[in-house]
Design a protein around this ligand. Structure first.
Ligand SMILES: [Ca+2]
Ligand SMILES: [Ca+2]
Ligand SMILES: [Ca+2]
Ligand SMILES: [Ca+2]
Length: 305
């Protein structure tokens, strides 16, 4: 079953301010006014919320004399990034093989960024999984010193207590995980070091210890065709710096990057076990174990905050 206007209407009834993305990728349920925006020609000037000057590359803005963006926007668009030695070191530790410029898997010209027309982020959004969906998530890359303390998962949209791991902190780049998600959902990031830091695509749920009460959007979503590329910024800060500083961030959103192919939707899809009797038809499906590789276990950590 494919996403239909009927499904959109049902979702809108649940949250009247939500709008949906018009492409065929996993439909985004965002804030009214937000949409898919042209993401071409990154400038690393933070003119668009995802277009930060990455700590992972040296470029014009770092005095290096060359355009060398390395944020999620340039990477999703297929631009190769020349990582600086510190970034290569962390990436190598995490098991990524960096030989020459890094090009993100699944990237390509034409990815559009979810956000507002003025370049600001949609501070609250999720994804439509009406009827349940089976997703083959792909770990595409991570450029951060925190590569081994970063868990990624999904949560029931609007309910940040209901969390399920997709990629544990130790998941290798290149890993794939097939997950059945029975409801509309958002993504979360958990710093597993125990500092309590946790981010959600609905940023009002974010937990940023020792920070002020403001929240930023720590997730960036790019869509093209049936594919979504997600990028995570793993530090919250109101101070942006071109190189690492304690308490600052770069908002390059390349700290964890993962892919979301369009889900297989609907109770009648081919992955569904036959209903034993009529009363089961509308229940959420069990994870389709027969397909193998399914991982929808709950996050181990206690609720943050
Ligand atoms: Ca830089
Ligand atoms: Ca990791
Ligand atoms: Ca970053
Ligand atoms: Ca980074």
């Amino acid at each position: 079953m494919r996403f239909t206007p009927t499904a959109a209407v049902a979702s809108l009834a649940l949250a009247a301010t939500f709008v949906t993305s018009p492409v065929h990728a996993a439909p985004i349920l965002g804030t009214a006014g937000a949409g898919l925006q042209n993401a071409s020609a990154p400038q690393e000037n933070s003119g668009r919320f995802w277009d930060g000057n990455s700590w992972d590359s040296n470029s014009l803005l770092d005095g290096a004399g060359a355009s060398n963006p390395c944020n999620i926007g340039s990477l999703a668009g297929g631009t190769g990034c020349g990582l600086n030695p510190a970034a290569v070191g962390a990436a190598t530790q995490s098991g990524q093989v960096i030989a020459g410029n890094f090009t993100l898997g699944e990237s390509g010209t034409g990815f559009q960024a979810w956000g507002n027309g003025d370049g600001t982020a949609d501070l609250s959004y999720g994804f439509d999984s009406t009827g349940g969906g089976l997703y083959d998530f792909r770990m595409l890359g991570e450029f951060t010193d925190d590569w081994n303390i970063n868990e990624i998962g999904w949560y029931d949209l609007g309910n940040p207590q209901d969390r399920h791991t997709i990629f544990s902190a130790s998941a290798a780049v290149g890993a794939t995980t097939q997950v059945f998600i029975p409801s509309n959902f958002g993504f979360y990031y958990l710093n597993t070091s125990g500092n309590g830091e946790m981010f959600f695509t609905q940023s009002r749920f974010n937990v940023e210890p020792n920070q002020d009460a403001t929240h930023k959007q720590q997730f960036a979503s790019f869509q093209l065709g049936e594919f979504t590329i997600m990028g995570v910024e793993d530090i919250f800060s109101n101070t942006l710096t071109p190189t690492w500083q304690a308490g600052a961030a770069d908002y390059d959103y390349n700290d964890v990057m993962f892919g979301v192919p369009r889900g297989l939707f609907g109770a009648g899809a081919d992955h569904a076990a036959p209903a034993r009797h009529g009363s089961r038809r509308h229940r959420p499906q069990e994870p389709p174990q027969a397909r193998g590789g399914v991982s929808t276990r709950r996050a181990q950590g206690a609720a943050a905050g």
